[in-house]
Design a protein around this ligand. Structure first.
Ligand code: PHE
Length: 359
């Protein structure tokens, strides 16, 4: 028995005195590990007589429980002490400036996208979309540009590889195929704005092979040029955030509109990169438009004797360059972080007409 008492005293003493967790673990293995003193003791129970076991069983198991408990207690003590020591040593300098958070911003093209759809949404236009990879038929033929028409050369088209059946998809050269898709799907009244990516084989400071356009399409009974002019006027006032604008209409040609009109906006470019609208002696090209050619209505399943409509197509990047003073269209698509930080918009500032479109 003395033997057991000494053992207990020794182990518990060592546990109490253990200076750190590693030392404690060595003691635990020496006592309770597979070959530990207490484990060996427990093994002897098997070869004892029933009477001996009755006495020694509770003793040995009691010793094991006591030691286990003592080790756990010491472990918590040591852990707490280590934590307190660390907390005592660590300091936070609250006068340090905060580490800059990595933050994203809204790309000017997305911003202009949102501004355009917000303005036209308030005017009752629904957003419509079409795919970037388009049927030749929707991009050209149903817009009254048959396969051998010279107007196809006006738009330097990216062609995709021929399909097994001989057909060939293209990258849409304008957002006008969304006119076709909308007319084929929906009966008038139609009032849509279709923003999206467009592609042409072209690249310089004012042309990018991938750029963005937005298309307006209105079809109903009794639609005329006055509706077109009013819509563009209201759009320009809201977009350029001025009370008055002056528009100039120039006759133009597009196979899918008749008559066709291009619109210029009076502006003042006397100070470089500080363009002012509604005044001055310069004119800014806004985009092409016109009354929907009756042939197009017919090809898209609408009766031209009942319905008339207008369409307008403008460049989103161009509008962004003008409004936010970006000199080179290609910089929009270079993903230069310094450029994005300079021209980007706060992520949670959604444009709205009453809250303000831009910052
Ligand atoms: N789709 C024409 C272009 O990209 C613009 C346009 C749109 C003209 C709608 C008339 C009507 O050049």
């Amino acid at each position: 028995m003395t033997n057991i008492n000494t053992l207990e005293r020794d182990i518990l003493g060592a546990v109490k005195a253990a200076p750190d967790e590693a030392a404690l673990e060595t003691i635990r293995v020496a006592a309770l590990g597979k070959k530990g003193t207490i484990s060996e003791l427990l093994k002897t129970l098997g070869s004892m007589s029933a009477d001996e076991r009755k006495i020694n069983g509770p003793l040995f198991n009691g010793l094991r429980d006591k030691v286990t408990f003592a080790i756990a207690t010491r472990k918590t003590e040591l852990g707490d002490a280590a934590l307190n020591a660390r907390l005592g040593n660590e300091k936070i300098d609250v006068t340090l400036p905060p580490r800059p958070e990595p933050h994203g911003s809204i790309h000017p093209v997305s911003q202009v996208f949102d501004e355009i759809t917000t303005i036209l949404g308030e005017l009752g236009f629904a957003i419509a979309e079409g795919p970037d990879v388009e049927f030749d038929d929707y991009n050209f033929t149903k817009l009254n540009i048959p396969p051998d028409h010279p107007a196809r050369q006006m738009q330097d088209t990216f062609y995709l590889a021929k399909q097994a059946d001989g057909s060939q998809h293209i990258l849409r050269t304008h957002t006008s195929p969304v006119q076709v898709r909308t007319m084929l799907r929906q009966k008038p009244p139609i009032r849509i704005v279709a923003p999206g990516r467009t592609y042409r084989v072209d690249s310089d400071a004012t042309h990018s092979p991938m750029f963005h356009q937005f298309e307006l399409l209105v079809i109903d009974e009794g639609i005329h040029l006055g509706h077109l002019k009013w819509t563009i006027e209201e759009f320009c006032k809201a977009f350029f955030e001025v009370d008055e604008v002056e528009l100039r209409a120039r006759p133009s040609f597009f196979p899918f509109t008749e008559p066709s009109v291009e619109w210029d906006l009076r502006c003042d470019r006397a100070v470089p990169n500080q363009i002012k609208f509604g005044q001055g002696n310069d004119w800014l090209e806004l985009g092409g438009s016109g009354m929907i050619n009756p042939r197009v209505l017919e090809m898209c399943g609408l009766d031209p004797d009942v319905y008339q409509g207008f369409a307008f197509g403008g460049g989103i990047d161009r509008l962004g360059m003008l409004k936010y003073g970006v000199p080179d269209i290609r910089s929009f698509f270079e993903s230069d972080l310094r450029w994005l930080r300079h021209y980007g918009f706060a992520a949670l500032d959604m444009p709205s007409l009453d809250g303000g479109l831009s910052r």
